[in-house]
Design a protein around this ligand. Structure first.
Ligand code: ADP
Ligand code: MG
Length: 377
């Protein structure tokens, strides 16, 4: 049967993606909110082609044009956005290490994009991705695939890893706030002792309830911890991880993939005056700058095909090394605020994104083990 023109367009788009490398960059501009100044023209104009935008720099009246893999206008809903990442999510089920980032200044819509809010239509990428994977796992059951799914949720604050689901762990780690990244014998990064909460794949309603429960635990853990440390969540990165393992009953083939959904700390240049007299704030500022600039360094080194890629320079890049190397796939959302007061920060984000867009990771590899002692029926 002939493919519909939409399917053909997507197929072509995917081919182009394969040729261009593995880091896609999507830009999303949020709408004006009641707290913004509403009597102004938006500083960002998204072109109807959905791939380019023009930004007006408030300081000097200059305009700048940018082109990316995808640019979402303020009117784009959560469902429109998810449609464009669905095949990316799917590739975790096919055995790839996949990472989605949201990058941008505080208040630009990173958490809205990743997590969204409880309202069904406002749900973000995390719940939609889990739902899609559960649906697909169900379909694959008929082809004798059974999937194990589990989730972890962590926060990186001042370069340290905090387990947001430790309360749900069967063996509570005594010093859960000092988790270390290790490399497995197969050379994969993992967090030693991180809680993995199983998610039921045979019944998607149960699976989704389990997800809701763990998201509430993570949110509570996060807010208690940030109150205790007098810190704001905008100053830490959060990484939601889905571990997938599929086994085919007939062939014994095992497929392993990971989906990382990463809500980055605010990218705004932090105030160097006043607040820095406070030792904790100074440390925090340095840590955020460090990990975001390390992420930039990794992308630059990859773009230049450098022989040494500085993954180990920050917790975030070390943790996500598998996705940011030739083996993985990465997609970065750059979130923008439409206000002219934010145009300077938006321009910084867009320039960062432009560099990221030039990165090629090489051909990603699937994690598949074919069973040598293949069962004969
Ligand atoms: P960030 O995580 O980047 O600091 P948030 O995701 O918390 O920003 O967004 C800031 C505010 O803007 C929130 O109240 C959020 O609900 C709202 N918001 C962000 N993006 C959108 C959008 N696309 N549509 C409607 N509201 C949005
Ligand atoms: Mg946020």
């Amino acid at each position: 049967q002939l493919l519909s023109s939409e399917q053909q367009r997507r197929k072509m788009h995917n081919c182009i993606q394969e040729l261009r490398g593995n880091i896609r960059v999507y830009v999303r501009t949020r709408p004006f909110l009641p707290n913004d100044q509403t009597n102004e023209e938006p500083a960002i104009d998204v072109s109807p082609d959905g791939e380019s935008l023009t930004i007006l720099d408030q300081r000097n009246g200059a305009t700048h044009d940018f082109k990316f893999d995808k640019v979402f206008p303020p009117s784009a809903g959560q469902d429109n956005v998810f449609q464009e990442v669905a095949d990316f999510v799917q590739s975790a089920l096919d055995g790839y290490n996949v990472c989605l980032f949201s990058y941008g200044q505080t208040g630009s819509g990173k958490t809205h994009t990743m997590q969204g809010s409880g309202n069904a239509a406002m749900r973000g990428i995390i719940p939609r991705a889990v739902e899609q994977i559960l649906t697909q796992a169900k379909v694959l059951q008929s082809q004798k695939w059974s999937f194990n799914l589990s989730a972890s949720f962590l926060e990186i604050y001042n370069e340290e890893i905090k387990d947001l689901l430790v309360q749900m762990s069967e063996s509570k780690h005594p010093d859960s706030h000092k988790l270390k990244i290790k490399r497995s014998r197969e050379g994969k990064s993992y967090v030693d002792g991180l809680t993995e909460v199983p998610i039921e794949t045979r019944d998607s309603a149960t699976g989704m309830q389990q997800l809701d429960a763990l998201m509430s635990v993570a949110a509570r853990t996060r807010s208690v911890a940030s109150t205790k440390m007098n810190a704001q969540s905008s100053r830490s990165h959060s990484v939601f991880m889905l571990h997938l393992r599929g086994i085919n009953e007939d062939s014994g083939t095992v497929v392993e993939g990971t989906l990382n959904l990463c809500d980055l700390a605010g990218s705004e240049r932090l105030d160097r005056s006043g607040a820095d007299s406070d030792a904790q704030r100074l440390r925090e500022t340095q840590a955020i700058n460090k990990s975001l600039s390390c992420l930039g360094d990794v992308f630059n080194a990859l773009a230049q095909r450098a022989s040494h890629i500085p993954y180990r320079n920050s917790t975030l890049t070390y943790l996500l090394q598998d996705c940011l190397s030739g083996d993985g796939k990465a997609l970065m959302f750059v979130n923008l605020s439409p206000t002219s007061a934010s145009s300077n920060e938006s321009l910084c984000s867009l320039r960062f994104a432009q560099r990221v867009n030039q990165v090629e990771l090489g051909k990603p590899t699937k994690n598949i083990q074919y069973n040598k002692s293949r069962k004969t029926k």
